[in-house]
Design a protein around this ligand. Structure first.
Ligand code: AHR
Length: 321
């Protein structure tokens, strides 16, 4: 009984939050439990809005839980989804480790689990069905490749980089760092002075930039920041130090939200590697495939591009997040 109250309530909330349904081929009796990390960035808010809108469009009941940046809240939410006997569980894991027990409980309850956005690391195989999310390693490689082109075009003989990383032990942090490091490895001009944890949060991005500028001053040639939010926190700090972001310091970011794209157009960011938050459609399609007993791909990566000062960005469509 409780399960149906949740299902109806979730449908009503999704309809109210997202406006008129565009129709779809879903099943109103199908219930998806989704645990979101929180709202640390414009990307995350865009991802939440997309999932709510797509659940509505596909007429899939959604039990949505916001973990407020805490892994224990995500674990509690997954346990609630199991207790309510949802048909499918999906979640965006804040970090990679620590999921074995709760996912074993979901497996024993016969509920398939979809990873959205980020990956996990478990001792046991087969605790999740598939992953729908960006290829973070490739994003790091694209950032590194842009940097090498920029160093060539500026004729730099030595390039000192500071890296502001995302949440420690999260997939985007690990893979964006590894992809970037691999792309620049072997180029003798490149020196990563320090990597510092900015937790994907704007205020932390500002704090990290202050620490790095106090330590290295105008030795810094490049800031590689793992998301737009931290980049937008770092830029005013660079300006307060009397330096011009985009000129005195090359700024490379990841995501591609509207605020950062506007700053890229102003010349204060040099390159943004896209990470799209629009994963909701693929999630709903996958939920329906699982309901129909169809096979699903193990890993589904969206197509992503690079925005930079190498391009004419005047006709870029509004980003929508
Ligand atoms: O996992 C995706 C990352 O998480 C995005 O780059 C970032 O903005 C978000 O907080």
């Amino acid at each position: 009984m409780k399960r149906w109250i949740w299902c109806m309530l979730a449908m009503v909330l999704a309809l109210t939050a997202c406006g008129k349904s565009e129709g779809g081929q879903g099943d109103p009796e199908l219930l998806l439990g989704f645990s979101q990390i929180g709202s640390e960035s414009a990307w995350r808010v865009g991802n939440t809005n997309d999932i709510l809108a797509q659940a509505e469009a596909y007429h899939i009941g959604l039990m949505f839980e916001d973990a407020k940046q805490k892994q224990e809240n995500q674990i509690d939410a997954i346990r609630r989804f199991i207790a309510y006997k949802v048909d499918v569980i999906a979640f965006s894991p804040i970090v990679e480790d620590g999921w074995d027990n709760v996912l074993l409980e979901a497996k024993n309850a016969g509920i398939p689990v979809i990873l959205v956005d980020r990956d996990i690391s478990t001792k046991e195989e087969g605790l999740t069905t598939c992953l729908i999310g960006a290829d973070f390693y490739s994003e790091g490689v694209k950032a590194g490749e842009y940097l090498l082109r920029k160093a060539d075009s500026l004729g730099l003989e030595r390039v000192n980089i500071v890296e502001i990383t995302g949440t420690a032990n999260s997939t985007p942090m690990r893979q964006r760092q590894a992809g970037f490091a691999d792309a620049v490895a072997g180029d003798r001009r490149i020196h990563i002075l320090e990597s510092i944890d900015g937790d994907f949060i704007k205020s932390r991005g500002a704090e990290c930039m202050k620490i790095l500028l106090d330590k290295y001053g105008d030795e810094i040639d490049v800031v590689y920041s793992h998301n737009d939010e931290m980049t937008l926190g770092a830029i005013p700090v660079i300006e307060e130090a009397g330096l011009a972001p985009g000129k005195d310091i090359v700024v490379i970011s990841i995501d591609g939200g509207q605020d950062a794209i506007d700053v890229l157009k102003q010349g204060k960011i040099n390159c943004i590697v896209e990470c799209t938050p629009r994963l909701g459609k693929e999630l709903m399609e996958t939920v329906l495939r699982l309901r129909n007993g169809e096979a699903v791909e193990k890993t589904i990566h969206p197509d992503e591009q690079v925005f930079s000062d190498e391009q004419d960005l005047s006709n870029l469509e509004p980003r929508g997040y």
